[in-house]
Structure formats: C-alpha cells, structure tokens
Design a protein around this ligand. Structure first.
Ligand SMILES: [Zn+2]
Length: 247
C-alpha cells in the first residue's frame, strides 16, 4: 500500500486492493471533536475514516479499537444509529483527558457500543494482551464488523514520557496479531491509523512491530496461552450485559 491518509486507506481496503493497511498520520487525531482541535489533534482521522465507511460506502458495522493511553473522543458511536459503529478503548486512568470511565458505555441506542477499558498506571504487556485476547477479540467476533480500524497510538509504551504504562513493542505486535485474527475470522479488512506516541525511538520500533504482525502473521503467540488476568475477568463480567459472548 502506498503512503495514504485514513480515508484513502479505507477506500483501498473496501475496494479489496489491500487486506490490511497502516496510515502513518501526523498530527494524530483521536482527541479532536467535530468542531474543535484537542490534545495535539486537529482532525479526528480515524473517526472521519469510519464515517466515510458508513456514510459514503454504506457499511452497517465498523469497529474502532483504540489502544492508546488516552481516551479517544467517542469518535463515531455518539452520532451514528445503533449499531453502525462500536468502539473499544484502552485508557490509562487517571490521565488526559479524564474521560473513559468503565461505567461509561454510551447512551440511548448506542449503549453498550462504547467499551471503555481503563487500566492503572504501570500496566504492561500481560494485562493489555489479556484484555485484547479475552475482551476485544471476542467482542469483535460477536459484533461482526465489516471493517476494523485500530487507533494505533504508542503512548502506552514503557519509554513514553507522557504516560506511565509499560507496554513494549512485543505487546503492541501481539495485540495487532490478535486483532488481525479476529478481523480475519469475520472476513473484515483491517486498517491502523497512527495516533500519539512521544518517545520517537519506541514509536518507530512499535510501528514496525505492528506492521510486521499485520503482514507476516507474526507477533502473536497462541491465543489460548494468554491467561485471563483479573482486569480482563472484571471487564468481561461488566460487559456481558451487552455482549453475551463475554459472559
Ligand atoms: Zn491521545
């Protein structure tokens, strides 16, 4: 795939010109609201791309998975009718911008389609991988999206100066492989949109590891071997109200 913006990437994915893509955007986008720039972000690239898929291409189900440390601005769920989009979002808590509480699941027809997965400072690969394998992947299997987008920011990396999580490039690669398997299992193309990440060496290595996991089928061990950590167990219980497969 040539260098592309987020909408062009989705266009290529939906036209079956690529199965997977990575849009290396700067500046990042996931905090921007429809009317205002926020948190280093001007335009919400992944949200615009998801809306393109829904409004222009007519998709009925788009999943967005945000593995950054900071909560995305609910990109698509609040303004699209159920169940056109579903977003699952990691966020270190407490951290900017202070939203993304576990109890916030969206409202009205969108209830249950916003899946917040807050993690405490110091969380590393094991818990992130456990949440990806035992919460995000089964959720994707149940939602059956026609397109999967990852808000791929790397501020949860252990070297990042702005956040306090301990994820390594291996952890990001494993999560990418997990999402790749989940997307493959429902026949959905998968695209990543670059978000934040403020330790540049770590950012470069993590993007490379993510791409390798998307392309080569590497980067993930047998999903059966990823233990269910308490944080994933708790999230499954909390979310099973909306997602029977997590019960
Ligand atoms: Zn962010």
């Amino acid at each position: 795939m040539p260098p592309v913006g987020a909408v062009r990437m989705v266009e290529l994915l939906l036209d079956a010109e690529a199965e997977r893509g990575f849009s290396a955007h700067r500046p990042p986008g996931h905090h921007a609201t429809p009317t205002r720039a926020m948190g280093f972000c001007l335009f919400n690239n992944v949200a615009v791309a998801a809306r393109y898929a829904i409004d222009v291409r007519g998709l009925k189900r788009v999943a967005v998975f945000d593995w950054t440390s900071t909560t995305a601005t609910a990109p698509t769920t609040s303004s699209t009718p159920r169940p056109r989009s579903c977003s699952s979002r990691f966020n270190e808590s407490p951290l900017y911008p202070g939203s993304g509480a576990a109890g916030d699941a969206g409202s009205d027809d969108g209830e249950g389609f916003t899946v917040n997965l807050p993690v405490p400072p110091g969380t590393g690969d094991e818990a992130y991988r456990s949440l990806a394998d035992h919460v995000v992947a089964p959720l994707l299997g149940e939602y059956r999206p026609q397109l999967v987008l990852i808000s791929a920011g790397y501020d949860a990396h252990r070297e990042d100066p702005l956040a306090d999580c301990l994820v390594t490039e291996d952890g990001f690669a494993a999560m990418a492989a997990t999402v790749r398997r989940a997307a493959d299992s429902v026949g959905a193309p998968l695209g990543c949109v670059l978000e934040g990440g403020y330790a540049l060496g770590a950012l470069g290595r993590s993007v490379a590891a993510t791409m390798a996991a998307l392309v080569e089928g590497g980067g993930g061990s047998d999903p059966d071997k990823v233990p269910i950590e308490p944080i994933a167990e708790e999230a499954r219980g909390r979310l099973s109200r909306w997602w029977a497969g997590l019960g």
